[in-house]
Design a protein around this ligand. Structure first.
Ligand code: SF4
Length: 178
């Protein structure tokens, strides 16, 4: 057991993810908008004992009502447009949208068939972009954490959400974007 824990610490160090000094928490609601499941597979790995995103204050939540970030994978099929809008509308403000994977970012992985309405930014405002097909768990974790580490006075939308998350207080007052 001791050897296992020692190896685990070593692997965590090798991911080069740093722990910020400011305590904070962000809830992430994931929506599959037509993915091949490759991005979901990698996303699932960020919560395993190696990457362990929860220790940095990021966690996957079950409802958009509990989420600060709407994390979207897939090229956005026409049938997923309305569910995405409904999920976004259900989130408390301030709220953020993350597009995960080249499909969600509109990198033409699947071409432009009539069944696709994406990319995500055509449907919702995108604050966090995580490229890759699929991105690795480390890339996903690093992009989310890098976004969290933006300085509070940067004027970028995410900084406001980080400040709210750091205070531990949600508000339905000022909106980041509508
Ligand atoms: S970006 Fe790649 S892995 Fe992710 S949903 Fe598209 S084709 Fe699949």
């Amino acid at each position: 057991m001791f050897v296992l824990l020692s190896q685990l610490r070593s692997l965590r160090r090798s991911t080069a993810l740093t722990r910020g000094s400011t305590p904070r928490w962000l809830g992430i609601r994931h929506v599959d908008a037509g993915s091949c499941n490759g991005c979901e597979h990698e996303l699932g790995l960020v919560t395993n004992p190696l990457h362990d995103l929860q220790r940095y204050g990021l966690d996957i939540v079950a409802s958009p009502r509990h989420a600060d970030v709407l994390l979207i994978t897939g090229p956005v099929t026409t049938r997923m447009v309305e569910p995405l809008r409904i999920a976004y509308a259900a989130m408390p403000t301030p709220r953020l949208v993350a597009a995960l994977g080249d499909c969600a970012l509109g990198c033409n992985v699947l071409g432009h068939p009539d069944e696709l309405a994406g990319p995500v930014e055509r449907i919702l405002p995108v604050d966090i972009r995580i490229p890759g097909c699929p991105p690795t768990p480390q890339q996903i974790a690093s992009q989310l954490l890098a976004a969290l580490e933006r300085p509070a006075d940067s004027g970028q939308p995410l900084a406001a959400a980080t400040a709210v998350a750091a205070s531990g207080v949600r508000t339905d007052g000022e909106r980041i974007r509508d």
